[in-house]
Design a protein around this ligand. Structure first.
Ligand SMILES: [Zn+2]
Length: 242
């Protein structure tokens, strides 16, 4: 695999043990262009970086050594892990994102992401369920890589988790009942999501539902729980040990 190098100074000076690496976190750059993205990812002022950046032609650039903690995820939680920078590798995909004109990810970009992810998964024995999007671990702040990211395609390559439900469920009807709300969030909690209460509705619940939908029910990002979302969450909660 051909990987070029542009160094970013934005990483913690302390070297980590390689056995600390448990997650792959996928992002989009969300900037106007590749040039602007790289400029930001190497700027001392912005204090953000990643381990790898993949442009739209599939070219891979490494910015931080794998044994260093790159600053890509920020405040985040998944299962019992908090602030996942220290336990993850961050991969940025060049895409203008929701702010500047969200694009479909290119075939070359995704193919290279699959190759790179396989390599890292093998090297660090990363569980497929620990290959996540930024919005999974920071759902109140982030919506990358977004609803155009091909999670199903990745799952077919052994990366990340997908669900299996038998029939198509009616998605129109919202399920507002508190019991159903709590059931849905208990499933999400089992699967790994955080930043909500399992028992009491919160104002920010809508953001969690949106984040869930942008990954698992990409056709309709409504922010409200419907029967299909509930069924998907049930299925995911049963598949947490992979
Ligand atoms: Zn991100």
């Amino acid at each position: 695999m051909n990987i070029t190098r542009i160094n970013s100074p934005c990483f913690s000076k302390r070297t980590r043990k390689l056995s600390k690496i448990k997650f792959l976190v996928i992002h989009y750059t969300g900037m106007q262009s590749k040039r602007v993205s790289i400029k930001r990812l190497i700027s001392k002022k912005h204090k953000v970086s990643c381990h790898y950046l993949i442009d739209r032609s599939g070219k891979i650039i490494q910015m931080v050594d794998e044994n260093k903690i790159a600053w890509h995820a920020g405040k985040s939680k998944w299962k019992n892990f908090i602030n996942l920078n220290s336990s993850s590798l961050g991969i940025e995909l060049v895409n203008r994102g929701h702010k500047w004109g969200y694009q479909s990810f290119s075939k070359d970009q995704i193919n290279q992401l699959v190759r790179l992810s396989h390599k890292l998964k093998r090297k660090y024995k990363i569980k497929r369920s620990n290959i996540l999007g930024h919005s999974d671990i920071s759902p109140l702040r982030k919506n990358d890589p977004g609803e155009k990211f091909p999670w199903l395609k990745l799952q077919k390559k052994g990366l990340g988790i997908w669900y299996k439900i038998k029939k198509k469920y009616q998605v129109k009807k919202k399920l507002n009942n508190k019991k159903i709300r709590n059931e849905f969030f208990q499933n999400l909690h089992k699967f790994g999501y955080r930043y909500f209460s399992k028992k009491n509705p919160k104002k920010t619940d809508k953001l969690i539902v949106k984040s869930f939908q942008s990954r698992f029910r990409q056709g309709k990002i409504s922010g409200s729980i419907d029967l299909e979302c509930l069924k998907i969450s049930e299925n995911l909660a049963r598949n947490t040990k992979i």
